[in-house]
Design a protein around this ligand. Structure first.
Ligand SMILES: Nc1ncnc2c1ncn2[C@@H]1O[C@H](COP(=O)(O)OP(=O)(O)OP(=O)(O)O)[C@@H](O)[C@H]1O
Length: 393
């Protein structure tokens, strides 16, 4: 009995439910169509504003109209020029709605630039991390090829650490925050992002600083993508910047995550000391910054390395820890260097660490550097140096 009533009730309920479902579906479809009409109208409005019509596969990355970029930068006025790198000049711009941008304009004469640009666009569009610079879009119009980034009001780290006046604006806690932020950004590139990425050109001018001096790694044009378990490669095209390049990469084109670890170590020693590795000359010995730091470590006087601007604000144990970690990163043999997950961990704890062994490239100038630096090399990095020419000289 009980079950029969239940069945009958169930039938009546079934009809009611069918009615409710039918009207819900009709209502839902109506709402969906209204939503689509609304979205299409909104998108058209946005595209009419700054963006060009885009193909479906490009939807992840907005394509800007050339006219919108030209208006934003005062027609690429020299007044708005922020600097110049291997790609060409970088301009500050303000979009119609007030957003500040940085526009990297690929030099028309730069033959190799297009590939790097495409590489950078595809890579960065897939990456999201608080310590990576955000790519807002790109603009490709006939000969013009540009990348549009969020604008970083404090420019790059080199403007601070190598400038006697601006350096005074940095205290130790800011330096430590920058070191840890760069380490986290690299950890993301090496391990946590959907792709395995070796940056290959970690250096002070590729670390941009936001309003609060938080670091953002930029310039992925040279990045090399790795998928799955692949962690190492040999390349015939050595790209990067002398003074930051690891010995095995500069000499043999052997590339791995430890290539970035080496550059990170150089950068940490530069931040702590306020000296460029590449420009540093020891007064008594033929040592570069790496050699100088290592000798001080062995002598038991590593704190002599610290820049006097930081001396008052410094936390001695943190400074020592950073120098120690940096010296582990710049060791000659890649297998002796820690990887980024370990670096992030040991920067944040006080566990005992192994003694650093001899750094790579620590005597005077890198012997390869004297022969291969071109006039272009003095303005910006040696973005391209073929391994064969390195070996031949
Ligand atoms: N998003 C940005 N916001 C503010 N300034 C920027 C931005 N991107 C780049 N710049 C400035 O423009 C300069 C040139 O940058 P770019 O990345 O083209 O070259 P680089 O890193 O100096 O040299 P290279 O191309 O040899 O690596 C930088 O030094 C930086 O000061």
């Amino acid at each position: 009995m009980y079950s029969g009533v239940a069945v009958e009730k169930g039938n009546n309920n079934g009809k009611k439910k069918a009615g409710i479902i039918a009207s819900t579906v009709v209502f839902g479809m109506g709402m969906l169509m209204l939503g689509m009409i609304f979205c299409i109208r909104r998108k058209k409005f946005r595209m009419n504003d700054n963006f060009k019509d885009v193909r479906k596969e490009d939807m992840e990355l907005p394509i800007f109209y050339l006219s919108a970029v030209a208006n934003a930068t005062g027609n690429f006025s020299s007044r708005n020029k922020l600097g110049e790198g291997g790609f060409g000049p970088v301009y500050k711009g303000i979009l119609a709605e007030g957003q500040e941008i940085a526009v990297k304009r690929l030099s028309k004469s730069s033959g190799q630039g297009l590939n790097e640009l495409k590489n950078e666009v595809i890579l960065i569009a897939k990456l999201q991390h608080r310590n990576l610079v955000k790519l807002l879009g790109c603009c490709i119009h006939e000969d013009e090829k540009m990348l549009i980034y969020e604008y970083m009001p404090n420019k790059s780290l080199d403007f601070f650490i190598f400038d006697q006046t601006r350096r005074k604006l940095m205290d130790w806690s800011k330096c430590m925050n920058i070191i840890v932020g760069i380490a986290r950004g690299l950890l993301y590139l090496h391990q946590d992002s959907r792709l395995r990425i070796i940056h290959r050109d970690i250096k002070a001018s590729n670390i941009l600083l936001d309003n609060e001096l938080n670091p953002k790694i930029s310039d992925f044009g040279l990045a090399r993508m790795f998928r799955g378990d692949q962690t190492e490669a040999n390349t015939h095209r050595v790209v990067g910047t002398y003074g930051y390049m690891s010995p095995e990469y500069a000499s043999n084109g052997h590339l791995s995550v430890k290539t970035d670890v080496f550059s990170f170590g150089v950068l940490v020693l530069e931040i702590v000391s306020g000296n460029k590795n590449r420009g540093f000359r020891h007064p008594d010995q033929n040592l570069n910054l790496l050699g100088h730091a290592w000798i001080l470590w062995i002598k038991g006087t590593p704190l002599e390395l610290i820049d006097e601007c930081l001396a008052n604000s410094s936390n001695v144990s943190e400074v020592l820890r950073c120098i120690h970690v940096a010296l582990l990163c710049v060791q000659q043999r890649p297998e002796d260097r820690p990887n980024m997950p370990t670096i992030v961990q040991i920067l944040g704890n006080e566990n005992p660490l192994p003694q650093p062994k001899q750094p790579g490239f620590f005597i005077g100038r890198n012997p390869l550097e004297q022969d291969t630096s071109s006039s272009r090399n003095n303005v910006y990095s040696a973005n391209e140096a073929s391994l064969t020419s390195l070996e031949a000289r």
